[in-house]
Design a protein around this ligand. Structure first.
Ligand code: NAD
Ligand code: ZN
Length: 377
């Protein structure tokens, strides 16, 4: 098991991260040692409850920790106000006060909802994240962003509330379906593309075990991969908590990716859309002279060997993609903003050391059309 600390702002300023296998016992031990509160609420979804909640609850109870499991139906559709209210009402009904600790056990949906609940319950109680999907382990469980979806859009209501600790148990990934498994690996490999050639090389050296979760060395390899991935996000968020300059590099592939995700009416998972976004943005970098054609090919090949599509879905028009990039909350002065790679592991820096640049809509449209032509030739 690996254990390290991330320093972040605002409060709490420290988050303990544990990466390993069979960590539920460790969670109980940690809670006894840190005495974060007197009552522990394990928030989870219907699917993860069946798989893991009982074991975790038992571990806590064996250490005489007061704990209860609260769950809601799985799925993004339930990441909403009603779920938050329902959980809060149950907690209020139990008479829980300021000495409550929220434990988010599940994927990104659980992490976002439970984190949000923790951040507003009694004006904020501590939260522990126990991520069980690749998305949550690689991305959403730390960094402090919480939120829910409303009819006006995804993640529009939320807070920054850093977890006190994150327990990344690699074993839980073995029960995840393949589509969700690969979905989260896109963010992992993205971390390699933007800031770690070492991660990229490690991924390629061990792709057999990473993609086939039955391999004997799987846990060990995955633990290492996750650590490399954390290091990237850790470096970025420690330097830049509220998404000014550096944190933007985490949005690599997301300008196009978000547009495609939205235009698919969310039938594509986030990672699937971002994979296309990365391929397109890498192509653009090569065409605009920021990075070589080889770098574009290397990224596209990596995504394809993970079984991901890199072709823009035919039913989406180029014009719609261009317009949709402008709806992104990250669009700057009416123009879409992009991160480009100079090399694998290095982003291109622009004026005033900025990591991003905006593109005129005509340029973007031309690039998208050229990219599409690549697939028809
Ligand atoms: N806060 C952030 O910084 C941040 C970052 C990225 C994504 N997100 C959010 O994360 C969400 C997506 O997360 P996700 O992809 O984990 O989705 P999810 O939480 O819906 O999990 C996907 C599916 O896998 C199931 N599942 C979870 N763990 C499992 C396991 N170990 N074995 C078997 N099944 C399991 C879930 O029940 C669900 O059906 C989105 O709402 C997104 O907005 C947040
Ligand atoms: Zn993402």
């Amino acid at each position: 098991m690996h254990n390290f600390t991330i320093k972040i702002k605002p409060k709490p300023e420290k988050c303990d991260v544990f990466v390993g296998t069979d960590l539920f016992e460790k969670i109980a031990e940690y809670l006894v040692e840190k005495k974060l509160g007197n009552y522990h609420v394990i928030i989870t979804d219907s699917k993860v409850k069946e798989l893991y909640a009982k074991t975790l609850l038992e571990r806590l109870q064996m250490r005489d920790l007061k704990a209860v499991v609260l769950d809601f139906p799985e799925g993004e559709a339930n990441k909403n106000r009603a779920t938050k209210a329902l959980l809060e009402d149950k907690m209020l009904k139990l008479g829980l006060g300021r000495d409550t600790v929220v434990i988010a056990l599940g994927g990104g949906v659980v992490g976002d909802v439970a984190g949000f609940v923790a951040s507003t319950y009694m004006r904020g109680v501590p939260c522990i994240q126990v991520p069980t999907t690749t998305v949550a382990q690689a991305d959403s469980s730390y960094g402090g962003k919480t939120g829910i979806d409303v009819t006006y859009g995804k993640n529009l209501l939320g807070t920054f509330h850093n977890p006190r600790a994150v327990f990344v148990d690699i074993n839980t990934l073995k029960t995840l379906d393949k589509k969700n498994y690969i979905n989260g690996l896109v963010e992992v490999i993205k971390h390699g593309f933007i800031k770690s050639k070492k991660l990229y090389d490690f991924f390629h050296e061990n792709k057999g075990s990473i993609l086939n979760r039955k391999a004997k060395e799987y846990s060990k390899v995955m633990e290492e991969l996750m650590l490399l991935s954390f290091n990237v996000k850790k470096e970025v968020i420690e330097k830049d908590h509220k998404e000014q300059n550096l944190r933007k590099i985490l949005n690599y592939g997301h300008t196009i990716g978000h547009a495609i995700e939205k235009l698919s009416n969310y039938t594509l998972l986030h990672g699937q859309a971002v994979a296309i976004g990365i391929a397109v943005e890498a192509f653009m970098a090569s065409k605009l002279g920021y990075g070589s054609k080889e770098i574009y090919q290397a990224q596209k090949n990596t995504l394809e060997l993970m079984g991901l599509a890199t072709k823009i879905p035919e039913k989406m028009s180029t014009k719609d993609i261009v317009t949709t990039t402008l709806l992104d909350k990250k669009a700057r002065k009416g123009l879409p903003e992009f991160i480009f790679l100079k090399n694998i592991g290095t982003v291109k820096r622009f004026v005033l050391d900025s990591v991003s640049i905006t593109l005129e809509l005509e340029v973007l449209e031309k690039m998208l059309n050229e990219y599409r032509k690549e697939f028809s030739s």
